[in-house]
Write a protein that binds this ligand. Structure first.
Ligand code: PLP
Length: 366
């Protein structure tokens, strides 16, 4: 990823001026009618980026991991069978969260770097309550076929992590049969970390846990937060206090979503794809080996093997210090043998591709 201070800081290099400017505006109170308008519009724009009509679509006031917790704690009753596709760190995290909700977890393990094997996941148990999968595994740079899971889910609820896919690659929650989805603001939406765009359909909401163990993440209580009327019919919101909304963050997300929708979702997805394709071709031209097989690579998050004999950490430090570019180390078992390069949001641009490639060429001496 291009260094965060470039992503979110002020100045001409800031690729997210709208979201940053919104953070710098005078603060609105959480019951100010102007803020309520911003919240309503934010929920509406989130429906568009999720590809859903779900009335219950909102930015949870917490990070993506809390979105994950909200998804499980509201839908998993003790003893429920939850099938989790595990092909990286975040699938692994799902198994932990589901187990803490008292689920009987059926973890379908994959080699890291592989996409989810839909047939294996769908045949892992005859009648699961929930099937859970990560759409875009940030730990490995892999895209999985969530639509195929939705097509074969039967009576199960499909729970999907879209933290790294939302606003970057095609995502159609309703068409794909996603019943519960959570995301984050800090990836392709190009906003600071701290909110979890969340959506839940009627089918999942009706089956929800009546009194989940979490008070804060109890979706049954959040209707008042976004307005009961808004939840029921998309109408004007009637708020009841649940918690104090992080107004500056919601305004920033509103600004980021406005920018994305002004560009157009199809255009945004195409821009991410073009940038990812160009980066991946350029890396191979430098003689580097990509970690993920063609066809499953995410354009917004490219994983590349660290060449033999190269000190992974030293290269990352040199990129940061000499070029102001931050790339990620690998995750889990690939911590020192893989690099992760993000081109997300406004950073998915040809000039950023050239910048990263030139910097790597310099640091690797190629
Ligand atoms: N899921 C995925 C795929 C992620 O990439 C991340 C974070 O990077 C999370 C979940 C957790 O989100 P957060 O770090 O905002 O809690």
């Amino acid at each position: 990823m291009i260094r965060e201070r470039h992503l979110l800081g002020p100045g001409p290099s800031n690729p997210y001026p709208e979201a940053t400017r919104a953070l710098a505006q005078p603060l609105l109170g959480h019951l100010d009618p102007e803020f309520l308008r911003i919240m309503d519009e934010t929920c509406e724009m989130l429906r568009t980026v999720w590809g859903t009509q779900n009335a219950r679509t909102l930015p949870l006031s917490a990070t993506g991991s809390a979105g994950m917790e909200a998804a499980f704690v509201n839908t998993v009753h003790p003893g429920d069978v939850v099938v989790v596709a595990v092909n990286g760190l975040f699938g692994q995290r799902m198994t932990d969260v589901a187990a803490r909700c008292g689920a009987e977890v059926v973890a379908v393990e994959h080699e890291w770097g592989q996409p989810v094997d839909v047939d294996r996941v769908l045949s892992a148990h005859p009648s699961p309550t929930v099937i859970a999968a990560v759409h875009a595994e940030t730990s490995t740079g892999v895209r999985s076929d969530v639509a195929a899971l939705g097509a074969g889910k039967g009576d199960a609820l499909l729970l999907t992590d879209a933290v790294t896919s939302i606003g970057g690659i095609e995502l159609r929650a309703d068409d794909w049969g996603i019943d519960i989805g959570y995301a984050g603001t800090q990836k392709c939406l190009g906003v600071a970390p701290g909110l979890a765009p969340f959506t839940i359909g009627d089918r999942a909401f009706e089956r929800r846990v009546e009194k989940p163990r979490s008070w804060y993440l109890d979706l049954g209580m959040l209707g008042g937060y976004v307005g009961e009327a808004g939840v029921k019919d998309g109408g004007k919101a009637q708020r009841t206090y649940h918690h104090t909304a992080p107004t500056a963050m919601v305004a920033s997300l509103h600004a980021g979503l406005t920018r994305i929708l002004a560009e157009g979702l199809d255009a945004v997805w195409a821009r991410h794809q073009a940038a990812g394709d160009a980066l991946q071709a350029g890396l191979q031209d430098l003689g580097l080996e990509l970690f993920v097989a063609e066809g499953s690579r995410l354009p917004e998050l490219t994983t590349v093997r660290v060449p033999e004999g190269v000190d992974s950490a030293a290269v990352r430090t040199a990129l940061l210090e000499r070029h102001g570019i931050e790339i990620g180390a690998g995750a889990g078992p690939y911590a020192s043998s893989v690099w992760r390069i993000g081109l997300m949001g406004r950073n998915a641009r040809p000039d950023m591709v050239l910048l990263v490639l030139a910097a790597l060429e310099d640091v690797l001496g190629r």
